[in-house]
Design a protein around this ligand. Structure first.
Ligand SMILES: [Zn+2]
Length: 265
């Protein structure tokens, strides 16, 4: 919500050195979540205009959040790479076998429940295992700058209604996943977006996973995934505090077009 320029002004007023935009990619998924194909030229043009207008005050970057699809194994939006300064690769959907349609993991609760019951016979362990396996497949197949919200599977798990993140099976699954991420050298985001929108009470990934990330020396970048410009730095102080507590001294920041490990102040 708000014009792109509102985010730029807000970022400048909060002392950001750089700001990246990452709308949901246009392309083949023309649904309510994704940018309409006809809006993409404006997106590029407008950010380029803002880059010139505010270039002395802040570095601006054009990004997109790309979507991995399990049946075709494509990363939707990868075709726009030449226009982009950075990419976030995310998994939001799974193919619902019965209807042969994609349903969201993080969208309406009934979609999550339908995937759980129809694709996995109600077994949340199988659902979670498939979720992390798909992300691993995406990491193996594609290069990108940031892996988005890598434990999104917990979004619809309020009050631990499907699983407990402290369960041993979940701990093992997420640790194995992070070991694959580390082996591949991928960068994760620590995202505070779910907190600002009141859908979850913690960051993606969870504090426990962030601790593992530190042990595995996985590079992190900080992202508010703001959908409303006043939320641009929501929960950043707490997230940075968490990073410091688990041993991070630096986070990756896009600087003059390069990802630079930058000391946390
Ligand atoms: Zn996302």
């Amino acid at each position: 919500m708000g014009e792109l320029e509102d985010y730029v002004k807000e970022a400048i007023s909060q002392g950001f050195s750089a700001l990246g935009f990452s709308c949901h990619t246009p392309g083949k998924l023309q649904d309510v979540w994704h940018m309409k194909n006809e809006d993409f030229p404006y997106y590029i043009e407008e950010i380029n205009r803002l880059k010139i207008l505010y270039g002395k005050e802040i570095e601006l970057y054009i990004g997109l959040e790309l979507d991995y699809l399990e049946d075709t194994e494509e990363l939707v939006g990868n075709e726009f790479l030449e226009h982009l300064d950075f990419t976030i690769a995310s998994l939001h959907m799974m193919r619902h076998a019965k209807s042969d349609q994609y349903l969201t993991i993080d969208g309406p609760m009934n979609e999550f429940r339908t995937l759980l019951s129809d694709n996995f016979g109600g077994d949340i362990k199988k659902f979670a295992a498939h979720y992390f396996a798909l992300q691993e497949r995406m990491i193996e197949s594609y290069s990108f700058d940031i892996l988005g919200h890598c434990d999104l599977i917990k979004k619809r798990n309020s009050n631990n209604q499907f699983f407990n993140q402290d369960d041993q099976w979940y701990q093992e699954m997420t640790l194995n996943f992070l070991e694959r991420v580390a082996a591949k050298g991928a960068r994760l985001e620590i995202s505070t977006g779910g907190i600002a929108r009141n859908s979850i009470k913690e960051t993606y990934p969870s504090p426990e996973m962030v601790k593992r990330c530190a042990e595995l020396e996985i590079p992190l970048t900080l992202n508010s995934d703001a959908h409303f410009y006043p939320h641009i730095a929501h929960f950043f102080p707490e997230a940075l505090q968490l990073l410091k507590e688990v041993g991070y001294e630096k986070v990756d920041v896009l600087t003059q077009g390069e990802w630079i490990a930058t000391p946390i102040v």
